[in-house]
Each structure stands twice: as structure tokens, then as C-alpha cells.
Design a protein around this ligand. Sequence first.
Ligand SMILES: Cc1cc2nc3c(=O)[nH]c(=O)nc-3n(C[C@H](O)[C@H](O)[C@H](O)COP(=O)(O)OP(=O)(O)OC[C@H]3O[C@@H](n4cnc5c(N)ncnc54)[C@H](O)[C@@H]3O)c2cc1C
Length: 436
Amino acid sequence: MKYDLIVIGGGPGGLMAAKTAAEDGLKVVLIERKKDITRINRSCLQVFYLEWVCPDGYLETVKAELSQNKTKLLFPGPGFSIDYNGPVKPYRNVIWISPSGHQVYTMKDEFFGFYFDKEAFVAGLLSEAEKAGVEVLPGTAGVAAENTSGGVKVLTRSELGEQTLEAKTAIAADGLNSNIVESLGLNQERVVFIPRFQHVSYDVEGVEPDFPGHENSILMFKAKQGFTMGLTKGDAKYLSDNYKEAVKAYQCEHWFRNAQMIKEYAVSVTVRSAVRKPVVGNVVIVGDAGSPVETWIQGAVACGYQAVKAIEKELSGQKGYPEYINWWQRAFYFNDPGYFPRVMLGHGLFQTWTDDEIDYVCKFFQGQKVVPTLALSKNPEQVKDDNPEFYSKLKEGLAHFSKLIEPILATYPPGSTIFEDPNACFDRWRPYVVSR
Ligand SMILES: Cc1cc2nc3c(=O)[nH]c(=O)nc-3n(C[C@H](O)[C@H](O)[C@H](O)COP(=O)(O)OP(=O)(O)OC[C@H]3O[C@@H](n4cnc5c(N)ncnc54)[C@H](O)[C@@H]3O)c2cc1C
């Protein structure tokens, strides 16, 4: 057989898998649908999140050694590092800004992560994969995978037509809406939560904010027409959705006097419950291909690495797949029943509020370090006396979301709780953890 491994998808997860396998001596082919692998079109805030300790003994051990020319991203849990040569910009605050300008900090005065350029990150991984001998086929889409008695067949499509590749093993790293996951029948067991989640975002150059402390902050403008902005030296990254209308509402149109939009991104996905067992025969699922929305970039690369280590064990006659399945189930928050309530309440609840109500909430928590939606969902009573009308609306919203997530919660088998503390998902939200 020509290949040991076919990797489908050249995002962070697939490239990390291909590079790791080739460096370890496997014969690897990587297919990627896009012609230019390093061109990123998909919405992403491009924040790398650092070193968080979770309350129950799990430890997220991602660290970074930042220097002028090169950044080393260290993953001491799985035991690898990645060199990254692109720009870096530390973030210390995440600030919610209400329509009338009240500010609440969901992160305050701590170096919690940094902006990085996903295109540069992917370009670095691609170059290392090619150096290690990976055969890269851009402009080639994976259509379906099939387990055979001797390994795996992957049907591909490119300008040259359809072709079948064969290998001992395959990794599906083709992101959300994965063709490979669908072809293996794994979507049949997944519950569709949001049939179509769409999102558009922009990079804009030459923004001139007069907001004090914006240099190290992600600003989240929370109104009906809100937007999120991570600023790097006047370049605003990730101005989401309808920001041109929103800047008028926030009276910050003058920041954009000399600004120019330089890039548009989009994402359109079906949000499903996670794949529970990310191995079918000799096909291993990596990164977003098996997740509801995101493993994040650090989770995707960790997945790519762990999948290859599992495959290498299997190829040498040991049992690697059960270890990988166990790791997947323990490493990602979306495998914890607290995940969907956290996402719905954290991101959804405020969308049921009017701009006046968002103002009220941000004024209530003004200057504090808190995620207002989560604080109110844990303890709605705190606004009961102060604002009984809003309190009853809040209770209605909470009841509505609890009902909405019931079918998803029913998909979590008993014992799937990752954290001993049921509030861990609420208190210290991290997408990816590494067990000691
Ligand atoms: C709005 C938004 C904001 C985000 N912000 C952050 C953030 O700040 N920090 C962070 O770490 N993460 C963030 N993420 C998540 C992050 O972008 C993903 O989790 C990460 O890119 C997953 O990597 P992946 O390799 O699994 O998949 P992807 O990055 O999606 O890569 C999949 C690759 O497969 C290719 N492909 C697709 N179909 C096929 C096919 N059939 N055949 C061949 N190739 C195919 C795609 O072109 C792509 O190159 C965000 C996501 C969203 C939606």
C-alpha cells in the first residue's frame, strides 16, 4: 500500500496530524479542498488562550514562550511544541460595552492569551509537514471514506475528476459539516441543535479608537446590532456581522473615518451534538469534524497529535484507539453536560434582552469581573428586588433555554461528566483540558 495515512483537511488539526506522522516516519498524503491551503476564509477571532487551571484537578497546560522573532507554543500534557513565526499581540481584558457605554470585564488585568495570525500559523505547519515529506494535494476534496479489510479507501474529487486513495488508516480533519463524518454514518447518532448557524466577520485597517485601554483588550459591543472587536495596532480583527450599522448606535463611527475593510470571513454550520466515539474502523476523527462548533485551534492541534500517536500504536499491534476515544471524551468541554447550557446562556440569553435591558445589566455589574449572563443564570435572585420586571423576564428566558437544551442533554450518557464540580463549565470556561 502506497500510504500509511490519508489526512483529509488541511486546517490546524489535519496539518498537525500530517506533520507529526511524517516526522515519525509514516507515509502520508494530505488532501485539502482549497487550492491555497494557507488562505483562511472562515470566521475566527484568532486568539490563543493560555494556561488555565480548572477547579477539579484537570490542568490545561498550554503555554507560550514569546520572543521577538519566534513564539514557541508548548503543550506539556501531550508533550509537543509548535514554532510560530507570525505576529503576536497580548490580550489582558475582555470588555462588554453596553449601548450607553457601561463596561463589564469578563477578563480583567490578566494576560489570558494573545492574538495570532491563523494564516501564518497554518503556513508554518504546512511548511513543516512538507519538509517532513507529506505529499500535499491542494484543490482536492474528500467525498467519502470506507473501511476495507486491509485499511481505508477515500473517494476524492478535484479538477482532474474523481479518484480513490487507499491507505492503512485515515484521519478526518475536514472541519465542521465534515463529508467524512457524514459518509461514515456518524451524523445519524448526533442531535441537530441549530440547523444553520451563520456568521460573517471582517478585518479592518486604520481604526482610531479613543477608548482608553483598548490596546490590550477585546471589546464586545453588546446590543442587538453588536459587534466584537480585537484591536491590534489599529487593525480591528473580527468585527462581526452588521458592524457598520452598530458603530452608529455606539457613536463610534468616527473611529472608522480612515478605516478600510481588508478581508471578509464567513461561517455557516449545522450545530450538532459531539461525536462520542471518534474512531470508526481505521478512520480517526480530529478537531472540529467531530465537535458541535469548535475545538479551538489549540484543541484541534492537540487532537491531530493524539490521533497520530493512537494510529502509530495500532500500526505496531497495540491498542491506540481506545486511548484516543478516552482522551477525546475527557479533553473537551463539549463532552460535559454543562457545555450546552453554558453556550446557550453565555451567548444566547442576552439576545432575548432589549438594548435598555442590556444597559441595565451592564450598569448593575459595572466595572466588575464577571460574565453577566452566567452570573444571572446562576443567581437570578440578585436582581429581583432591584428590577422585578426584568427578573420575571430573566426567569422566562432561563426556562426557555432549559427546555431548548433538554434533547441535547438527553444524549449525554451517564458518567459523561468531566468535572466533579457541576459549575466548572460555568465558572472556568475552557474548551480543551489535559488530564494530568
Ligand atoms: C466565530 C468563530 C470564532 C472563533 N475564534 C477562535 C479563536 O479565537 N481561537 C481559537 O483557537 N479558535 C477559534 N475558533 C475555532 C477555530 O477556528 C476552530 O476550532 C479550528 O480552526 C478547528 O480546526 P480544524 O483543523 O479542526 O478545522 P478547520 O480549521 O475548519 O479546518 C478544516 C480544513 O478542512 C478543509 N476541508 C473541508 N472540507 C473538506 C473536504 N471535504 N475535503 C478536504 N478538505 C476539506 C477546509 O478547507 C479546512 O482547511 C472560532 C470559530 C468561530 C466559528
